[in-house]
Ligand binder design. Structure first.
Ligand code: G4F
Length: 337
């Protein structure tokens, strides 16, 4: 019999890659989605449109325990991947309250509902390298102390501790992934990598003339999301639940990302990038670089993408997307005339 997995956040970048991966492994894949998403599938399901006939979607909200309980009491799952969150760090400074509410209570509701209805379901929590914040050592590993620098980071530390507590208090199989930044062509436009790749395409195709960014010196350990979802799955296949850092071990600055992305279309980034303090954060995470030795040794996990391949893929995907959109617009105009 095939295994059943429940994914919260299935409409997001990671959820869509994970759903693809689990389907390929023969899983029956279920997803929690907000009712508003079900009512607006064209816009909200763009990342999972190609999977829609193969997956099962359930309406529920991370803000409502009864809606989650309703799903977990009617359908049994072997594994639950809790990926849904307010995940944009800058937004968490604008509205820390709703970030905390969704990320902390939402995680608690899922854990509590599983404990009540199916305590043997294995649980994955999407922890983040943002938890390390003002890093106390480099590279960061599973033993590095947390020092979060944003409401988002704080909410992830709380989710991490809740997950560990359910494991220790109720003997549930609860795992924490500590994932460093992971990107790809399905990344939201608000995150810096996609903002860069999509604006590079817009500049190259003459739609805009500049790219306004905040702190160019920030350094991140950027990997590809499709690599990172393989690690999530592997974490739930081990004999004992544990905590794992998932990272490439390399760090690059926002400036490095710009340089490579503009290079890819034959442009010099210095002519187009402008620093705008509007994008600075009240407290910045200056440097992240992960040590994924434990994931490599215990899970046999290795990233397949290099940093350069990631940047290339994102820029080319955005060039293609924009070219197609422009052609569609031109055809539409032609038909009107
Ligand atoms: O792309 P970012 O917004 O990602 P950030 O803050 O590192 O968080 C991402 O990775 C975390 C894992 O460590 C996840 F948990 C989290 O959910 C999210 O996926 O910003 C990256 C860096 C920051 O230092 C930011 O200050 O880029 C800098 N930056 C400079 N200019 C900018 C911009 N970030 C954004 N979003 N927009 C800018 O214009």
């Amino acid at each position: 019999m095939s295994k059943k997995a429940l994914i919260t956040g299935i409409t997001g970048q990671d959820g869509s890659y994970l759903a693809e991966h689990l389907l390929a492994l023969g899983y029956e894949v279920h997803g929690l989605v907000r009712r508003v998403a079900l009512e607006d599938p064209e816009r909200r399901f763009n990342r999972i449109a190609h999977l829609i006939e193969s997956i099962h979607l359930h309406p529920a909200s991370l803000e409502s325990y009864p809606s989650i309980f309703h799903v977990t009491s009617r359908c049994e799952f072997d594994e639950c991947y809790h990926l849904a969150a307010q995940s944009f760090v800058a937004e968490s400074f604008s509205d820390g309250f709703s970030t905390m509410n969704t990320n902390i209570n939402g995680t608690h509701y899922i854990l509590a509902a599983l404990r009540e209805t199916q305590p043997r379901c294995r649980f994955y929590f999407a922890g983040s390298s943002e938890m390390f914040g003002k890093v106390e050592e480099s590279p960061q590993n599973e033993r590095t102390r947390f020092h979060p620098r944003s409401p988002y980071g704080i909410s992830k530390v709380a989710g991490f501790e809740l997950t560990r507590n359910y494991r220790e208090a109720y003997s549930m199989y609860c795992v924490n992934g500590i994932l460093f930044n992971h990107e790809g062509p399905r990344r939201g436009f608000e995150f810096v990598t996609r903002k860069i790749s999509s604006t590079v395409a817009r500049i190259k195709l003459g739609v805009t003339s500049e790219l306004r960014l905040g702190n160019l010196d920030a350094r991140r350990d950027w990997g590809h999301a499709s690599d990172y979802v393989r690690a999530m799955h592997l974490m739930l296949q081990q004999d004992e639940p544990d905590e794992y850092v998932v990272a490439t071990g390399e760090t690059h600055s926002v400036r490095d990302f710009c340089e490579l992305a503009f290079d890819e279309v034959g442009l010099d980034w210095k002519e187009y990038v402008r620093v705008d303090e509007k994008y600075y954060r009240p407290a910045e995470v200056d440097l992240l670089m992960g040590d994924a030795r434990k994931a490599r040794e215990r899970l046999g996990w290795h990233p397949r993408y290099t940093f350069t391949e990631l940047v290339k893929e994102m820029v080319h995907a955005d060039m293609e997307l924009l070219t197609k959109a422009t052609e569609r617009k031109d055809r539409g105009r032609g038909q009107e005339q």
